[in-house]
Design a protein around this ligand. Sequence first.
Ligand code: F0G
Length: 365
Amino acid sequence: MYGIDRSRYRCDRCGGLLEVTHEFGDQLYDFRKRGVWKYRYLIHPALPESLTVSRNEGATTMYRSDRVSQYAGISLHLKHDGENPTGSFKDRGMTVAVSEALRLGMKRTVCASTGNTAASAASYSAVAGMECTVYVPAGKVSQSKMAQTLAYGARVVEVDGTFDNALEESLDLVEDGSYTLNSINPWRVEGQKTVLYEILECMSDVDIISVPAGNLGNTSAIGKAIMELDTLGLLKKVPRLVAVQAEGAAPFYRMWVEHSESISRVEPVTVASAIRIGNPVSWKKARRAIEYTSGTVVSVSDEEILEAKRCIDRAGIGCEPASAASVAGIRKMVQEGEISRDERVVAILTGNLLKDPMSPVGNKV
Ligand code: F0G
């Protein structure tokens, strides 16, 4: 035990006491920092501070909206990771991965993307003075994300086919010495763990965390963070992790409900372009995370995604379509009696409203 001044353990945003970690104090926190790097000891303790490539990512807002709660059928908190510097949760992992690239002396970075990883990789690579190449599925990425990526100076390679084909092609450049910034890079995963720490700071007894699932890097990262904190004895309870896929791009959901030992690739079709992925790379880690937390995998239709998005938008909060899947998934579980009314639930919104503004909008709900 250390001499604990509890007032130091208040959440940046909501002021809630950090009950989970207060006994460990300075071993976990770098109190000079805010956001992702506040947790440097849990994600990359060996990185010299001078090599940190950061745009002050993390420390995003946790909202609670009556309108969205009424829609979901349960009191629902929304952790808005679309408030990160490039407008998506990807920045949490990108700051760590690009810092590591700098430490390794890399000059070039590469990734495949449905748009958000591309924009984030382009930004952080530019900050670090590295050349960035991104592979995207031709004609399948929102114009805003393309514009953002090009503005940050990345080279864009359009690939015929899906994200899955783009990822395969991008690996050729990795063999040629470029540093991959996809979530197969373990440092991306380390950074993305921090969303869990922030959620726990506001709600140490959270029961359920729901997340939109595509390539499954984020599901794996949050799962890793839960398993590590649990192993350290720092969790009050293990939150159930819910991964939500779009019906037309749901190979992980199918594997889960069919209890299959492996995943079968699908041809992905969904309005939620960010999660239009048919062959998710991180499915094994994500399955371990779901199993460990006694969580589940849900699939929702495009109509359900867009309806949830309209509600989140009209609540004044807003998000891109893929993000709304996390709320649509919770609503579905509540309707099916899989969540009881007294459970504490957080849905993660992964991307900003302006990321994909051309999807259908309307005034219903
Ligand atoms: N939500 C948004 C807004 C995304 O951009 C992504 C993934 C996800 C959810 C799913 O996360 O892949 O870790 O399961 N976007 C990647 C990209 C694929 O290239 O931007 P995941």
